[in-house]
Design a protein around this ligand. Structure first.
Ligand code: ZN
Length: 274
């Protein structure tokens, strides 16, 4: 079977070594994992997740009375934090997730990126997505890349005006560098051809599948005075997060993806008695 996330990790190594704009990325800082996403359903093909964002300032939720607009209840103070993900003792800074099989079935035809690749093969859309997600990694490694507008301020949108064009330029830089076809060959097949060619498509996922490491809230150990507090304002206790906040390579497993489902792969022999 083909391990699709492994192929993507290897492709990323080749991309960052050939595209100067992405050369600051150390592939060992980036973990690739698979999520499920059907080809005929709406949704992202891939997502860049940052794990290096610092903890937020303390905050709380509050609720207002609809007619009087007065605050009637609030939560306890909390911080928002990034989970820690380590692989082989090394901290992962970014994760890029790919929706399978949706990503494999992506095509340039009638997509909004088609205009950047006149006459190109349909699978170039997938290469564009991989470069797009890598381009979200901030050179300071402290968040999702911020997009500077013409006037020197930052756009609220992480794509900005020229993002898609810049991604296409990087894709062309890569192809013009004459990479070995072995690096991107797997992108040329759609999901069903991959499945029949290799006997199945597998990818790395988290043991908590479909859940994966995400920002979580942590109750502030020392609660602060609150400007919202007045007579009658109820303070709600925060429930502890029910997702892990630390992950290691032991939390990764391999899943096999099919057109509309996925299952954890148990390696042959795993049940064999000693
Ligand atoms: Zn994006």
């Amino acid at each position: 079977m083909i391990n699709y996330t492994e192929c993507l990790s290897l492709l990323m190594q080749d991309l960052v070594s050939r595209i100067p704009t992405l050369s600051f990325i150390n592939p060992a800082d980036v973990l690739v994992f698979a999520r499920s996403g059907r080809s005929n359903a709406e949704g992202a093909f891939a997502t860049c997740h940052c794990l290096t964002l610092p903890a937020s300032d303390p905050g709380y939720y509050f609720w207002r009375d609809r007619s009087t607009r007065r605050i009637t209840r609030r939560s306890e103070w909390f911080l928002t934090k990034s989970p820690a993900v380590t692989v082989g003792g090394r901290s992962i800074k970014y994760m890029i997730s790919f929706a399978l099989p949706r990503f494999c079935d992506q095509s340039l035809d009638r997509s909004r990126k088609e205009r950047f690749y006149p006459g190109a093969d349909p699978w170039i859309a997938k290469l564009d997505t991989v470069v797009h997600e890598l381009y979200h990694i901030d050179p300071e490694m402290t968040g999702i890349r911020r997009i500077e507008r013409g006037d020197g301020t930052y756009s609220a949108n992480c794509h900005g005006h020229h993002f898609f064009e810049q991604v296409a330029t990087m894709v062309h830089t890569y192809l013009e560098s004459k990479p070995s076809a072995a690096a991107y060959d797997f992108l040329q097949d759609d999901f069903s051809s991959l499945a029949s060619r290799f006997g199945g498509v597998v990818g790395t996922s988290f043991r908590t599948f479909p859940s994966f490491p995400q920002r979580y809230i942590e109750r502030l150990a020392e609660q602060l005075p609150c400007e919202a507090d007045a007579e009658g304002v109820k303070v709600e206790t925060l429930r502890a997060a029910n997702q892990p906040t630390r992950y290691t390579e032991d939390d990764l497993h391999v899943r096999q993806f099919t057109a509309d489902s996925s299952k954890r792969l148990i390696r042959k022999g795993a049940f064999r008695a000693a």
